[in-house]
Write a protein that binds this ligand. Structure first.
Ligand SMILES: [Ca+2]
Ligand SMILES: [Ca+2]
Length: 228
């Protein structure tokens, strides 16, 4: 039992080391800082696995096997002799710093797909006279102005499939101020939700969608993120 548990500990340490190395390679980090030319000796056990044909000393880009690559393409991204990374082309490019990431200039369509609305407003009344269901639309607001989807009328399950395009830079910094309204022709529109600022993350772009649950009068709403 003792040796078995020691074995498990060693395996877990090996896995940890392997993931740490993989992370360093993905982020294009340089090799360990002590890998200076004076350290390069057969006696140094740290350097046993350094590739003599492609490493931090002889490759400014990234290594693909023995070959040093420029390290600035989506399929081979990296610097200072790190292993070349393949960027996730759904949303990443090889950035000027030679690491994979979201292209800040890329424009993305943020599309309101559909929602489920509570049957009553916060006061417990129907959204419209005579028990009428709401005519929901979504407002998208940024520093440069406000835009609305059209309304999906007389339903607690609106569908829009409409949206607007913004740069990744804007979506990941200031974000979007979103709000759902009930369009009312003869009075001020009823607010189905309060305004909510959504700042998008790389994980949202990787997933290509966000869902918001239990947002005031909205039980659930889905937005898609599509390259524009
Ligand atoms: Ca109303
Ligand atoms: Ca209405």
């Amino acid at each position: 039992m003792r040796s078995r548990s020691l074995g498990a500990r060693l395996t877990s340490r090996a896995l940890w080391l392997a993931s740490a190395l993989a992370l360093a390679a993905c982020s294009g980090s340089p090799m360990a800082p002590d890998d200076t030319p004076t350290d390069l000796g057969a006696a140094d056990p740290d350097l046993a696995t350094v590739n003599p044909n492609c490493n931090a000393q002889n490759c400014a880009g990234c290594c693909l096997g023995d070959a040093c690559q420029p390290g600035n393409t989506t399929s081979g991204c990296g610097k200072q002799g790190a292993q070349c990374a393949a960027c996730l082309t759904v949303y990443q490019i090889c950035l000027p710093a030679q690491s994979c990431g979201l292209d800040p200039a890329q424009r993305w369509l943020v599309k309101a797909v559909n929602a489920t609305i509570n049957p009553t407003n916060s006061g417990g009344s129907a959204w419209d006279p005579f028990g009428g269901d709401p005519d929901a639309f979504v407002e998208f607001k940024t520093a440069s102005g406000s835009k609305n989807t059209s309304s999906s009328d007389d339903t607690l399950s609106p569908t829009w499939n409409q949206g607007f395009a913004y740069s990744a830079q804007e979506l990941t910094t200031s974000g979007l101020k979103l709000r759902v309204w009930d369009s009312d022709p003869t009075s001020a529109n009823d607010a189905i939700t309060n305004e909510r600022t959504v700042v998008f993350t790389e994980a949202d772009f990787a997933k290509g969608r966000i869902e918001i649950m239990n947002w005031d009068g909205v039980k659930m709403i889905t937005f898609l993120l599509e390259r524009n």
